[in-house]
Write a protein that binds this ligand. Structure first.
Ligand code: NAP
Ligand code: GDD
Length: 329
């Protein structure tokens, strides 16, 4: 039975990847950091099928101990400070988690067992002020946030450890991917949660920032499958994972409000609090390498994604589930 360690198992992608690997017959270890309140909402339904181990990307000894005690065959590094606006407020901490954390983990692998296969969660945010349209593995990076800068470091240190030490280290350059487990501060879930609240009469407006920003939005479960595929190849490599379609934040609003029979213009208010110091205006990925070499392709369209998220929020609110209202950027 292959064994995989997931850092960031409590996050959106970590929870989907754990379920995917369990379905493939893996023994799954999830690294969690100590918190005063347990935040296992996304993993509770399969928690008894995985082994949770305590560790933190800030603490190298914890990483080495986990590898020494549990001997995983594959390590998926999904942990990060992943919210772009927070990276301007906490740029040094973002660098510690999202950049140096990758080196701590790669070094732990190099020291404990260099045969471990490693996946790094790189990001389309690295393309930032895009130098080509669409973006592929050869497009130069031009990050526009401390988060993007940290991810560029994480990407190149992964390439460097592959080339320096022969590690089987892959970097997946994933474009935005969403779903009902997405954090509520990210724009897609912020919109669908507000649409559901407005539809149910619990709220009257939705305050957003830049409506013109364009993203290549896919469905998170499709994207974790690509992570696994990368580690099953004969050689380590880097891959762009994207749908190849781009839509604006406004189009997302049109689709989400329209789905429940509302006109977004009656509810959306632009608020400068949600504008960013530097914006990534347009992302659209070219995943032809992943299609050709991994046989990967997305299965959920933009319209389906919006509907899945709106339906999930409506259902959660109607069940009276605790869906907190988001008040910060
Ligand atoms: P997420 O929901 O924000 O999850 C982040 C995870 O990292 C959480 O489990 C969090 O744990 C953990 N974490 C944060 N700091 C840590 C630390 N110092 N030590 C250990 N764990 C720590 O993010 P996601 O959307 O699943 O994304 C997964 C990864 O893919 C991230 O690296 C993100 O930057 C990258 N990525 C995401 C997308 C996307 O569209 N979703 C696209 C490209 C790349 P807590 O629960 O304790 O906070
Ligand atoms: N969050 C948020 N809130 N974004 C808003 C808002 C708002 O009220 N109004 C407009 N936007 C715009 C942002 O300015 C940005 O251009 C776009 O919506 C998407 O923002 P997010 O959903 O926060 O995602 P992101 O693209 O910045 O980052 C996500 O995708 C990256 C991959 O490209 C995160 O998941 C990153 O971790 C990931 O690397």
């Amino acid at each position: 039975m292959p064994k995989a360690l997931i850092t960031g198992i409590t996050g959106q992608d970590g929870s989907h990847l754990a379920e995917f690997l369990l379905s493939k017959g893996y023994e799954v270890l999830g690294m969690v950091r100590r918190t005063s309140t347990i935040n296992f909402d996304r993993i509770r339904h399969f928690q008894d099928q995985v082994t949770l181990v305590q560790g933190d990307l800030l603490d190298q000894v914890s990483l080495i101990s986990i590898l020494e005690q549990h001997h995983p065959d594959e390590v998926y590094n999904l942990a990060a400070q992943s919210f772009v606006p927070t990276s301007w407020e906490q740029p040094v901490l973002t660098g510690e988690f999202t950049a140096l954390g990758v080196t701590r983990l790669l070094d732990a692998i190099r020291l404990v067992d260099p045969k471990i296969r490693f996946y790094q969660a790189s990001s389309s945010e690295m393309f930032g002020k895009v130098q080509a349209v669409p973006q592929n593995e050869k497009t130069p990076f031009y990050p526009r946030s401390p988060y993007g800068v940290a991810k560029v470091y994480g990407h190149w240190i992964t390439v460097n450890y592959r080339e320096s030490y022969g590690l089987f280290a892959c970097s997946g350059i994933l474009f935005n991917h969403e779903g009902p487990r997405r954090g509520l501060e990210f724009v897609t879930h912020k919109i669908t949660n507000a649409v559901a609240r407005i539809k149910l009469g619990m709220e009257r407006e939705l305050r957003l920032g830049n409506l013109d920003a364009r993203r290549d939005w896919g469905y998170a479960p499709d994207y974790v499958r690509a992570m696994w595929l990368m580690l099953q190849q004969p050689e380590p490599d880097d891959y762009v994972i994207a749908t190849g379609e781009t839509h604006s934040v406004q189009e997302f609003c049109e689709e989400a409000f329209g789905y429940v029979g509302l006109d977004w213009r009656d509810y959306v208010v632009q608020d400068p609090r949600f504008m960013r110091p530097a914006e990534v205006d347009l992302l659209v990925g070219d995943a032809s390498k992943a299609r050709a070499k991994l046989g990967w392709q997305p299965t959920v369209t933009f319209r389906e994604l919006v509907r899945i998220m709106v339906d999930a929020d409506l259902e959660a609110l109607q069940r009276n589930a605790h869906v907190p209202h988001i008040t910060y950027a």
